[in-house]
Design a protein around this ligand. Structure first.
Ligand SMILES: [Zn+2]
Length: 287
């Protein structure tokens, strides 16, 4: 079984075939998908939870969990009302993570100081709800500026709370990967790992310990190499896992087993349904 640790299932690009898309994922061996709850802004943060409630329990689908968070460029909308909504969502048993949150200095958008304040306020809420965080981090071109700022915040946060998280769609260098591992964070690889020009990223992945990795699609974006530019979907996480297996010189089964174990270690509550019900995609068992 594989876990897609990051997919935007609430994207309107799935409006016409969302259930069929999820069935394809299950048939490809994907047993669980973490559905990211950022929407197009805080007003849509609840949509991922809505999908858990809509689809969990239907036969032949992966089990769905959700996150909720305010994306870096939407932090201009992180007012008291939006943060109260985030707090309420993180109280729900299906909403196991806070994210994706972080810093994005690559694209023009929210000012950097607004992003940092938004990140810190969301970390407070995640800590109070004991929810691991999903970090989006992208620097200005080749610079590590956003990473340097994110580590300043996270190293302090880790010391204070002991809480971990995931570096989603990892695109940093070895220094950033090593610091993430030192923080106890998991490093998640997406379809960009498969792109011809991504040899530097594959070189970083080749140095990763098996107990520090996850795979994800970031669907509907970042379809793996043969289908780059097309709509991505959770079934295609299999291709990223295959490339990662090659890079690490292990079998695809070993990648599946390691990434699943790592996910359940970070989110123990998401394992309960599997052990209670035996088969992924079975009836939900929420604790
Ligand atoms: Zn994402």
């Amino acid at each position: 079984m594989l876990i897609d640790s990051h997919a935007h299932l609430d994207s309107e690009r799935y409006a016409a075939d969302r259930e069929a898309m999820l069935i394809r994922a299950r048939q490809a061996g994907v047993g669980l998908v973490l559905s990211i709850g950022i929407g197009e802004g805080p007003a849509e943060m609840h949509q991922a939870l809505g999908l858990c409630r809509e689809f969990n329990g239907r036969p032949g689908l992966p089990r769905l969990y959700a996150s909720a968070g305010i994306y870096p460029h939407n932090t201009t909308q992180a007012d008291d009302g939006a943060l109260a909504k985030l707090d309420a969502l993180l109280a729900e048993p299906e909403v196991i993570a806070c994210g994706e949150i972080g810093l994005d200095y690559y694209h023009e958008g929210a000012p950097h100081n607004v992003q940092r304040t938004g990140l810190i306020r969301q970390l407070e809420i995640a800590a109070a709800r004991k929810r691991p965080i999903l970090i989006h981090c992208r620097g200005t071109n080749e610079s590590t500026d956003a990473w340097d700022d994110v580590f300043l915040v996270l190293e302090e946060y880790r010391k204070r709370t002991g809480l971990g998280g995931i570096m989603h769609c990892f695109g940093g260098g070895w220094e950033q990967a090593r610091r993430s591992l030192d923080l106890g964070f998991l490093v998640s690889f997406a379809g960009n790992l498969t792109y011809p020009k991504a040899q530097p990223l594959r070189d970083v992945a080749a140095r990763m310990p098996l107990d520090g990795i996850l795979v994800e699609t970031d669907a509907p974006w970042l379809a793996p190499a043969p289908r780059r530019g097309q709509r991505n979907e959770p079934a295609m996480v299999v291709e990223t896992a295959q490339v990662l297996a090659g890079v690490l010189s292990v079998t695809p089964d070993e990648i599946a087993s390691a990434t699943t174990t790592n996910f359940f270690r970070l989110f123990p509550s998401s394992k309960t349904w599997e052990t209670d019900r035996g088969t992924p995609g079975g009836s939900p068992q929420i604790v």
